[in-house]
Design a protein around this ligand. Structure first.
Ligand code: MSP
Length: 520
């Protein structure tokens, strides 16, 4: 059977500083979706990386007295390292200075040109280096000192130079038609409404080249012009799957299933990007999902407030899976969310250490100790309580699946927690430690029911906490090829494992209790 392809991307980050927890959040959420789709049997391509061109990178390099290329290489390595620490299962990490990306960007440029959508003129207007964005005068807001700021609150400078323009205005109607015909093109709903209002308000042509610096992709046949950084950056999504040319890879993976990005860059992905693609006669991505922002105790993270958190340090302190679990369960995907060290410790202790970890640990060590690690064959007659637990676990895993398929990640985790609670209630009600003396045969049956239930909840939650579940499932002897949703439904792995004569070794705990550092 050929697997259905699935293409998912994160935004590519500006590596003008080290990665922060907001970057980690996007990578983790996208990774969970990619892992989930792999478990559903899809042939996944997962793309991430760094966006190294533009004025922001050029200026940061100048301030640090290094070349932009050296800055890009050094800083990109920290982003890659963060991804590797956080267990991000990307298929390609692109750095936009790579030669195939320059070729892809120049190819899309030529396609826009061939369609008559580029013309040379003079740009005079406002530019925010921080956002790498042009703004209309009417969009600007006033800062505390009366200075002009972008709608994102970043400084703007007056820019006047010769520039190539893209006929964005021509795409107002086609874009509105596309949004109407594809209500899921932009999610969540609130972002879709923002984009609709923006496009309905009219689109001006877009300046797509710069002449005042040379750090970027060269405009073909136009001496002195480099491409506007967003035009090249967005094209990374095509580069990653083999554009230009009619390659087998491109035909397989394009159009992308999801572009996962933050709410601040929805305009670029939901207006400019589809317009470029329409002009180049390339199919549009299926969905742009704008997630919310992560706030430190409700406050925006900023260097001046000193509240920027290094995600690898958190991963070291709390554990990679603990950080992944916290971010994905605490924040409703699509909304803003807040984090603090206390909140991480509280949630991980409650859900992972006390509920899930403890359930696994006490069940498995009981089997190791009292049954010499032997799994009972499930030939017993199940009681109503056993059947209720089977059904509840299956229903919860099915809900997890349904929610993940809709990118409702925190709701998926809530469904999963219901199964964990039910297992804990079951073990307390059945009390195998009492049955050991009063009814050993029933004790064995209870342990068999629990073993299967714990295996199933561990299989289900793999996309969220991949390392801990791998460790647990390895200890439990669940074969690699049985770790899928289809297997949970078929109820086959436990029987086969018990029949194989597998012996459970004394287990080691997967989730230690976390402590807050003294004084916090
Ligand atoms: N380089 C552009 C994206 C180009 S995509 C073709 C960019 N880079 S960025 O480094 O500023 O941001 C990278 C991603 O991180 C964006 O999706 C952005 O929304 C996200 N986040 C940045 N700060 C964030 C939080 N505080 N919280 C959550 N996500 C955040 O934009």
């Amino acid at each position: 059977m050929t697997q259905q392809p699935f293409y998912i991307t994160t935004a590519i980050s500006y590596p003008n500083g080290r990665p922060h927890i907001g970057h980690a959040y996007e990578a983790i959420a996208t990774d969970a979706i990619a892992r989930f789709q792999r478990m559903m049997g899809r042939d996944v391509f997962f793309m991430t990386g760094t966006d190294v061109h533009g004025l922001k990178m050029a200026q940061t390099a100048r301030d640090r007295d290094v070349t932009p290329g050296a800055l890009a290489n050094e800083m990109s390595s920290y982003f890659k390292e963060m991804d590797d620490v956080l267990n991000i299962s990307y298929d390609r990490f692109i750095q936009t200075s790579e030669p195939d990306h320059h070729a892809a960007s120049q190819a899309i440029w030529k396609a826009l040109e061939a369609n008559g959508d580029l013309y040379l003129d003079r740009y005079e207007g406002w530019y925010s280096v921080r956002d790498e964005a042009f703004y209309d005068e009417k969009e600007l807001v006033e800062g505390d000192g009366g200075e002009k700021l972008s709608p994102q609150g970043t400084p703007v400078t007056w820019t006047a130079e010769e520039s190539w323009f893209f006929r964005l205005s021509k795409y107002q109607e086609p874009l509105l038609k596309h949004y109407a015909a594809n209500p899921d093109f932009i999610r969540p709903e609130s972002r879709r409404n923002e984009v609709l209002r923006f496009v309905e308000g009219g689109l001006s042509d877009l300046s797509v080249s710069r002449t005042s610096f040379d750090w970027g992709v060269k405009v073909p046949d136009s001496e002195g012009h480099v491409m506007y950084v967003w035009l090249d950056a967005l094209t990374n999504y095509l580069t990653g799957v083999g554009y230009p040319g009619d390659t087998a890879e491109f035909r397989k993976y394009w159009p992308a299933d999801y572009h996962i990005i933050g709410k601040d860059i929805v305009r670029f992905h939901a207006v400019y990007w589809p317009a470029f693609l329409m002009s180049a006669n390339i199919a549009l991505p299926k969905q742009v999902f704008g997630h919310g922002f992560l706030l430190n105790r409700g406050e925006k993270m900023s260097k001046s407030l000193g509240n920027v958190v290094d995600p690898t340090e958190y991963a070291d302190r709390f554990g990679v899976d603990q950080l992944r679990y916290f971010l994905l369960s605490e924040v409703t995907f699509g909304n803003d969310g807040s984090y603090s060290e206390e909140a991480i410790v509280t949630r991980c202790n409650a859900d992972l250490a006390n509920s899930f970890g403890n359930l696994a640990q006490r069940t498995l060590s009981f089997i190791a100790k009292n049954c010499e690690g032997k799994l009972a064959a499930d030939g017993f007659e199940p009681t109503q309580d056993d059947l209720d637990l089977y059904h509840l676990v299956h229903r919860a895993c099915a809900e997890f699946e349904r929610h993940m398929g809709q990118l409702e990640i925190s709701a998926a985790i809530e469904s999963w927690m219901r199964a964990v609670f039910a297992c804990n209630q079951y073990i307390d009600a059945q009390a195998p430690w009492t049955l050991r003396k009063t009814d050993p045969a029933r004790m064995v049956a209870v342990l068999a029911v629990l073993y299967e239930a714990i295996g199933n909840v561990a299989i289900a939650i793999q996309p969220i906490i991949p390392a801990a579940t791998a460790k647990l499932l390895d200890q439990m002897g669940v074969p690699d090829d049985a770790r899928t949703y289809a297997v949970i439904r078929e109820r086959a792995w436990y029987r086969a494992l018990a029949a194989s004569g597998f012996t459970l070794a004394p287990p080691s705990p997967i989730f230690p209790r976390l402590e807050l550092p003294a004084g916090e």
